[in-house]
Structures are given as structure tokens and as C-alpha cells.
Design a protein. Structure first.
Lengths: 84, 373
């Protein structure tokens, strides 16, 4: 399944991000970022469905929560950074 | 035991505090350290506690809430972030050693005390106005005196700090849980408070609320579960201030205590404590030789007071009452400055302080005992 990972600068920001998205009806799951996308070491990401990215970004912009990076899964299980 | 030392720590806690702590010991791992359920559960609890604390303390958001081990810990972070060697700070005449010793430990700091009169809000505001100047790096002010229960005019002092563009640090050790804490309205740089007094959490817990623009300097460095490849502490909150494993049983207990306070309501708790003070003050004044230190204006007074009994030694009286099952605190209460202002530095005082769990019968027993010493 293809999904997006919104990389957050801290666990608390990931929790805030997930809470805001959930309140807007967007299913959001917090996980530790895969090592491949965690350039400075450990971090947390919020996983959302592919079709909800645009809406999610609008919701986050409204509350001034800016994602550090966004990745999309590739068919081979790798991650590709999404430039917005 | 009749416990009247809530200003040191509240001994009676809501029952849910102990059960939340026991559950945390059994079920919670370390937040942010793993993707497995006990770590996720701990992270969820810490976030819920932060979110509710942020609402309760008027903070900009949950990330502005730092878990500390005590108010002293928070005050150390706040003071050392704003006041460096050779700087100048202005403090009230009621500050605790958590403030004064911390300032004294920074080389060459000039500490100006804004105090001229005991229990005068107008005089306090004027004293701050005259002491703050262009060299002032921080104003540090307790919200409520831990010796006398006197409520300082923090709103006015905060307005003065905004006008002079000086960062304000508030010590809310005696006010959190009974008075509104309005970090963002005051535009305070920092508000420090314990978890184990008016919030009814366990000892070993505290909170530092950081203003939106504050950039605290870490007091502790170490693992945060974030950006682990970097050898510098993260420059964002709360991670930058929370090195090491979180005190999850403490946070669970603090959260349970906070929910109790919010359920009962701070106004109701304050009303209850003031009612007990209204009963205690005249009864104390009738005890032969008693000298009671309280502000005249009832709305400037919270649930703490100090008294002396004629020529009797405070520690001896307190020790005697302790052996008879009444817990009061005698001495200088780690606040020599406040005693200096009241003229009680040489003798100390006996302090009585109440919580939501005290009853009128506690006050009756205390005054009966004092009359029959």
C-alpha cells in the first residue's frame, strides 16, 4: 500500500500533527521514522493515506504546523522524498 | 495526623494519583524510545498530560510544557537561560532560595530586591518600577509567598515587564492549582511550578512553562530519542530540555492530580482554602501572645499563613505539635528574604498551609492545641 510519511522534528510535534489530522477526519498513525529517512538519527513520523496528503497539508498549514520532510513509499518498499 | 503543611507538599492526594502511578510502573516504558505498545502508551500519556497542562497554564501549546523534577529545577533552567555572569536581575521581596541561591551562584550577578513594605501591592509595583532599568536581564517574581500566602500583583508586574521589554519569570509554586496561571496573557518568558503541591501529583514532578519566544539553555544534556546522530541537544522544545528517561510514574500521577484539580475547579479549591483561613486567622489571634502575619485584604491572601507565639521558640512549638499529630512547618521556610521583610528573620515563624483535603475540624483542633500548649 502506498502512503505518505510526514517527518516531524519531535515526538511531541508528531503527536500534535496526528491529533490535528485526526480531528479533521484524517486517519494518522505515529511511528518511529525508518532509519533510511532519518538523516539526523531517531525521529518520529506521521503516516497518512496517499489520497489525504493535500487535505492534510491544508489542515496543518492552518494551525502553523510545518512538516520537516514528506516521503512517499515506492513499490519496492523504499522511500522517496516529496518536494512540495 | 492533621496535615497543615501543603505549602511544602500536599500529603493527602486524590486516590487516583497512586493508582495511576502504580499502573505506570506496570505498563509504561519510555516515551519516544520505541515503536512498541508500552512506549507508545507512555508517549500518549505524556502528550495528554502536556496538552492538558498547556490549557490549564495558558501556554501556547503542549511543546511549551517541560517536565521537570521540581519547581526549583524549572527555576534553574529559566534563570540560567536569561541571567549570565555580571548581569542584573530584579526580584520580589518574597523570593525562595530556589531563586536567590541560583542567582547567587552565577558569578558577579547583581540582584536587586523590589520590596519596601510588607503586603502592599501598590508598593510592590512601585518598587519593581524603580528597580527595573535598561540593564535588567530578568524579573523574577513569586505569584504567592510561600511564607505568608500573600498574592503578589503579578498581572501588573507582567504589564510593567512588557512595557520595559524585560523577560519575566514567575514562580507559581504556591499558586498553581488555586489561582489562574496565564503564561501567554502575561507574556511570561517562563513559569515554574511543582507537581506535588497544588496539583496533587507526587514529589519529584514539576513543570516549566516556556513562553512562545523563549529559548531555554539546557541544564542537562543527554539522550532525547530524537536526532541521535547530532552531538548537540535539539534546539526545539520539549526535547531540548528533557534529556534522559522521563519519570513516567510521576507524570502519570501528575496527570491524575491535574485532572482532579480541573474537575473540582481552582476557584472552588481557593474558596475552600480561604474559608479555612477565615476560620484560622481570628482563632489564632485569640491565642495569648500570638502574632499573625497575613495581608489585611482577603483577596490578596491564599491558603498559607505564618505566626509566632510570644517568646516561644517556633521550632519547639512546631515539634511539640508534631508529636501530638499536627504537622506545621517552622523556621525560615527557605525564604529568608521574606522573613527579612517581615522582621522575623531572627526568630522564624510557624507556618500553617491548607489544601483541598483539610477540614474545619483540623483548624479547630490546631487552635485548641495552641491554646493548651
Amino acid at each position: 500500500m502506498v502512503y505518505y510519511l510526514i517527518v516531524c522534528r519531535s515526538l511531541t510535534y508528531a503527536q500534535r500533527t496526528a491529533a490535528v489530522l485526526e480531528r479533521a477526519g484524517i486517519s494518522a498513525h505515529i511511528l518511529r521514522s525508518p532509519a533510511a529517512i532519518s538523516s539526523t538519527g531517531c525521529s518520529h513520523s506521521v503516516k497518512i493515506a496517499q489520497r489525504r496528503l493535500a487535505q492534510a497539508l491544508m489542515v496543518l498549514k492552518k494551525v502553523e504546523l510545518s512538516p520537516r520532510q514528506i516521503y512517499i513509499t515506492e513499490a519496492d518498499g523504499s522511500y522517496r522524498e516529496v518536494r512540495l | 495526623m492533621i496535615y497543615l503543611d501543603a505549602a511544602a507538599t500536599t500529603l493527602q492526594k486524590p486516590v487516583e494519583v497512586a493508582s495511576a502511578m502504580a499502573q505506570a510502573v506496570r505498563q509504561y516504558a519510555s516515551p519516544g524510545r520505541g515503536g512498541y505498545p508500552p512506549s507508545a502508551a507512555a508517549a500518549e500519556l505524556a502528550f495528554c498530560c502536556r496538552t492538558e497542562l498547556a490549557e490549564f497554564l495558558g501556554a501556547a501549546g503542549p511543546e511549551q510544557i517541560i517536565f521537570t523534577s521540581s519547581a526549583t529545577h524549572g527555576l534553574n533552567i529559566a534563570i540560567r537561560s536569561l541571567v549570565g555572569p555580571g548581569d542584573q536581575a530584579v526580584i520580589s521581596g518574597y523570593e525562595h532560595n530556589a531563586v536567590t541561591r541560583t542567582l547567587a551562584s552565577i558569578p558577579g550577578v547583581e540582584t536587586r530586591v523590589a520590596a519596601t513594605q510588607l503586603f502592599s501591592r501598590e508598593a510592590d509595583i512601585e518598587a519593581f518600577r524603580s528597580q527595573i532599568d535598561h540593564k535588567t536581564k530578568a524579573v523574577i517574581c513569586t505569584h504567592v509567598s510561600n511564607v505568608f500566602g500573600y498574592i503578589l500583583p503579578i498581572g501588573e508586574i507582567a504589564a510593567l515587564c512588557r512595557e520595559r521589554e524585560v523577560p519575566l519569570i514567575v514562580d507559581a509554586s504556591q499558586s498553581a492549582g488555586v489561582l489562574p496561571i496565564e503564561t501567554e496573557t502575561w507574556q511570561a518568558a517562563y513559569v515554574a511550578l511543582p507537581g506535588h503541591k497544588g496539583l496533587y501529583g507526587p514529589q519529584g514532578t514539576g513543570v516549566l512553562v516556556c513562553g512562545k519566544e523563549s529559548r531555554p539553555v539546557p541544564l542537562l544534556t543527554g539522550g532525547t530519542g530524537s536526532e541521535s546522530r547530532l552531538q548537540q541537544m535539539p534546539d526545539y522544545l520539549p526535547d531540548g530540555q528533557e534529556a534522559g528517561t522521563h519519570n513516567m510514574p510521576g507524570i502519570a500521577g501528575l496527570y491524575a492530580g491535574l485532572r482532579f484539580v480541573r474537575r473540582v475547579g481552582t476557584e472552588r479549591i481557593l474558596r475552600h482554602e480561604r474559608q479555612l483561613m477565615k476560620q484560622l486567622i481570628p482563632a489564632l489571634k485569640r491565642v495569648p501572645g500570638a502574632e499573625v502575619f497575613v495581608p489585611e485584604c482577603g483577596s490578596c491572601h491564599a491558603g498559607v499563613l505564618s505566626f509566632r507565639l510570644g517568646g516561644k521558640d517556633c521550632e519547639t512549638v512546631s515539634g511539640c505539635l508534631g508529636r501530638q499529630g499536627i504537622a506545621l512547618r517552622a523556621g525560615l521556610h527557605c525564604a529568608p528574604l521574606a522573613h527579612q521583610l517581615a522582621g522575623t528573620l531572627e526568630t522564624g515563624t510557624i507556618r500553617a498551609s491548607v489544601s483541598a483535603f483539610n477540614r474545619e475540624s483540623d483548624i479547630r483542633t490546631l487552635t485548641w492545641m495552641l491554646n493548651n500548649l
